[in-house]
Write a protein that binds this ligand. Structure first.
Ligand code: AMP
Ligand code: ZN
Length: 491
């Protein structure tokens, strides 16, 4: 089979590994996007690097996908509550800027980080504020179907009318209705009921406000994802992703309202995938409890964004990952070693899918075929990126693999990891390095290149000698020819 192994994904719906078989020619993937009221922090990068791995896995298998990531620029209230202030309005007041300026500024900050981390752009980035009329229609339909009730604070979804409410979160119905939410809302029938529409309090005029059948106000937070995903991916689609916090509330409510709206008795989305949290020195990261590090802090401190990506991929997306300086230092050193080794293999072939990589393998290179198989097994087993990294590193140390075969393995691993190994310049990774930073493998590579260059010069193959000099320069190495032979140093 040339498409690779059967892809297996851990579905939060049912909490088990399942074969992923697309239900359409183009797989719809929706990822809950950022709330653009402040700089995204390092933890916020994890869901998108994880969704990016998923997309690379689909591409590896030759499965076309359409990816939507929403931008929440209205509706998300402080503490995920129904009655609190909108996060964007709070930020606008704090920074003395308009909500539009806040949204535009932090949306750009999010895109900048995505680009720096080599995350494949989504096909669509819908803004919640541009879908409010559709959200109103959606809520009106739910009202018509009898799923709602109106309170002075807004229009609420009655979760007792949703037969499977909370299945995703493994909630026992009665327990959820009583215990999960602490916020008190006057008149709410069940504690799990949530606002579809948040009406303005008398005398308090919201900054972002729309007229609706329930008066002036703003949409509830969960509504946007149901409305925008259905409008861009169709009523049913295959995969919905987000951070694990969403599994407990936001996604539970998205499912309840969407299945009520569709009323066709089918599960709305088939696969729900959730990434675990990034911790900071073993503590939970919370934007609300002060400044938390972001990607720019790392790059300013001399780390390459790809070192952070590599650090993330070094953990499985379903495991908690602890961010420490030590861990990111180690990732930077690994990245430097990888880039250093890969320079000599460039240009890398285009091995973005299993089929393409297989076709490029030299026929007799059993070692390369085995590594390719190892990569395929790893990605198919619920996106096991740590195993892909391990396979990549192993292949680079293997004496039995051909250079051509190694090029294919490296290109294939990189198509899955997205570290940009085809072009990553080792000199850009860490400008502060000195000779003592080089490890034996790097020194060996350099010595070999220097010897190859000497050989090429002996054979008067000047073109080859120049090529090797350029490769060495890319590694940050300067060669000087002396009467007693060439010497080298870091430049
Ligand atoms: P927000 O911008 O707060 O709406 O969050 C954007 C995404 O980041 C959501 O999918 C969250 O689940 C996720 N997220 C927030 N904090 C973390 C963290 N510390 N680790 C991993 N994911 C997180
Ligand atoms: Zn969402």
């Amino acid at each position: 089979m040339t498409t690779g192994r059967q892809l297996r994904l851990y579905n939060s719906l049912g909490r088990r590994m399942m074969d992923f078989v697309p239900s359409a020619d183009v797989v719809g993937v929706y990822s809950c996007g950022p709330t653009v009221y402040s700089f995204p922090h390092l933890g916020n990068m994890r869901p998108y690097v994880f969704a990016d791995t998923l997309r690379r896995a689909l591409r590896w298998q030759g499965i076309p996908a359409r990816h939507v990531v929403n931008i929440t620029d209205v509706g998300h209230a402080v503490a995920d509550s129904d009655t609190g202030e909108d996060k964007l309005e709070v930020a606008a007041a704090r920074e003395r800027r308009s909500v539009e300026e806040i949204a535009a500024f932090y949306t750009q900050a999010f895109f900048d980080d995505m680009t720096a981390l080599n995350v494949l752009p989504a096909d669509e980035y819908p803004r919640a504020s541009e879908y409010v009329p559709q959200m109103i229609e959606f809520a009106a339909r739910l009202e018509e179907l009898g799923y709602t009730y109106l309170l002075p604070s807004g229009l609420y979804f009655d979760t007792s009318k949703s037969p499977g409410y909370g299945t995703l979160a493994l909630l026992d119905l009665a327990g959820q209705r009583e215990g999960a939410r602490v916020e008190h809302v006057e008149g709410r029938k069940n504690k799990s009921d949530f606002a579809l529409w948040r009406s303005e309090e008398p005398g308090v005029r919201r900054v972002m406000r729309w007229d609706s059948p329930w008066g002036w106000g703003a949409p509830g937070w969960h509504l946007e994802c149901s409305v925008m995903s259905m409008s861009l991916l169709g009523a049913h689609f295959d995969i919905h992703t987000g951070g694990v916090d969403h599994r407990e509330l936001h996604h539970v409510n998205e499912i309840a309202q969407s299945e009520a709206y569709l009323g066709d008795g089918r599960p709305w989305v088939r696969f729900w995938l959730h990434n675990e949290f990034l911790l900071l020195n073993n503590a939970k990261i919370a934007k609300s409890s002060g400044p938390v590090p972001r990607l720019a802090d790392l790059t300013e401190a001399g780390y390459h964004p790809m070192a952070y990506r590599l650090f993330l991929l070094g953990g499985h997306y379903r495991s908690q990952l602890d961010f420490t300086t030590h861990a990111v230092d180690a990732a930077q050193a690994t990245l430097r070693r990888l880039a250093g080794r890969v320079v000599a293999l460039r240009p890398l072939p285009a091995a973005g899918s299993f089929a393409a990589a297989r076709a490029l393998l030299p026929p007799d290179d059993k070692a390369a075929a085995a590594y390719l198989d190892q990569l395929d097994a790893a990605i198919a087993a619920d996106l096991a990126t740590p195993k892909i990294l391990a396979g990549l590193q192993e292949s680079l140390r293997d004496a039995d693999i051909t250079t051509e075969g190694l090029g294919v393995v490296v290109a294939a691993a990189d198509a899955l990891l997205g570290l940009g190994l085809a072009t990553l310049d080792p000199r850009e990774i860490d400008r502060r390095r000195s000779l003592t930073d080089l490890d034996p493998a790097e020194i060996e590579t350099i010595e070999r290149l220097v010897a190859d260059r000497t050989q090429a010069r002996k054979e008067k193959d000047w073109a080859r000698a120049d090529e090797i000099r350029t490769a060495l320069e890319t590694l940050g190495v300067q060669v000087t020819d002396t009467p007693s032979g060439p010497t080298w140093d870091l430049c």
